[in-house]
Ligand binder design. Structure first.
Ligand code: DON
Length: 303
């Protein structure tokens, strides 16, 4: 497969969509990003990476971090996390509070904000430092030792973090957080603030295409666990748009309000696309279109 030719064609195809949608406003530091950026990268299972456009420009990973958090917790703690978080699509926005009360403080899945807070809480208990554990893992897998948190983004989200605080306090009320709410929120905001490029994220996600094997050949997840993470990404990774994402793209994917999306083609490669204009459900407009065109051109989807 000539990845460069495919990416060039994808970039040309989505050109009219770049800049459409809205850059995330509810985290003011993200609202300053130029909506007209577009980049895309493919990292194959041998670690070869190809890109187009702004593929080497760092952006805020935001909720893409939730996929790595789930993988790290499954790796250390096995299936115990499912006692505290479900794995069904929520059909609600990523920051919704509504299901938590009638489901007794157990979030629907690990990728809505409530579920990700539980996963961060568990990772913090297991490691003593959830956000640094994640940063170290992402540095190792991407081969980019310069990856860093963006303190301005973390502070901006913390200053406007009332909804996440509400979710966390509500779950604490049900006994579903082990660490103090401010600690969980801090580590969650820091993990979301990590800056990475499409290149970095595609490489960091290749363990999901390699059925759980890390970049250095060691095993992070069993084949079965890697299947599970990919399955939850497919069904829940793009929130209340997961059905439409499966319909259009047909791959496990995880989006973030920074405008990035990673997608996995098991056994072949991991993709990352970035364009900051979001649709109403918080997913990149040009990003979804690019992944849609990529799987159409290559015929590579899980279906
Ligand atoms: O907690 C939040 O709202 C953000 N840090 C992350 C949300 C997010 O990325 C949703 N994804 N599309």
């Amino acid at each position: 497969m000539d990845y460069q030719a495919v990416l060039d064609e994808v970039a040309a195809h989505v050109e009219p969509q770049i800049g459409r949608g809205q850059v995330a406003q509810y985290i003011p530091a993200l609202a300053e990003v130029d909506a007209h950026r577009f980049g895309m990268a493919v990292a194959d299972v041998d670690g070869r990476v190809t890109g187009v456009g702004d593929w080497e420009m760092p952006f805020s990973v935001q909720s893409i971090s939730k996929a790595f958090g789930l993988a790290l917790v499954l790796a250390q703690d096995g299936e115990k996390i499912w006692r505290r978080v479900g794995r069904e699509p929520s059909g609600n926005p990523f920051n919704s509070l509504v299901q938590l009360e009638y489901e007794n403080g157990i979030p629907r899945n690990p990728f809505i904000n409530a579920g990700a807070l539980v996963v961060t809480d568990r990772l913090h208990s297991l490691t003593g430092d959830a956000s640094t554990t994640m940063l170290d893992f992402l540095r190792a897998e991407s081969g980019n030792s310069e990856l860093a948190f963006d303190p301005a983004v973390a502070a901006s989200e913390s200053d406007h973090g009332d909804r996440n605080a509400a979710l966390a306090h509500f779950m604490a009320g049900y006994g579903n957080l082990d660490n103090p709410v401010p600690t969980v929120l801090e580590h969650y905001f820091w993990q979301c603030s990590i800056e990475m490029s499409c290149r970095d994220l595609a490489l960091a996600g290749t363990f999901l295409a390699r059925h759980g094997l890390r970049a250095d050949g060691s095993r992070l997840l069993s084949r079965r666990e890697a299947k599970r993470v990919n399955a939850v990404m497919l069904t829940c990774g793009t929130y209340d748009a997961a059905g439409d994402f499966a319909y259009r793209v047909g791959l496990p994917g995880k989006s973030g309000v920074g405008g990035g999306i990673i997608a996995v083609i098991p056994g072949r490669c991991t993709l990352c696309v970035w364009s900051p204009g979001l649709d109403a459900r918080g997913n990149s407009v040009a990003g979804v279109a690019a992944l849609d065109h990529f799987t159409t051109l290559t015929g590579w989807s899980v279906f």
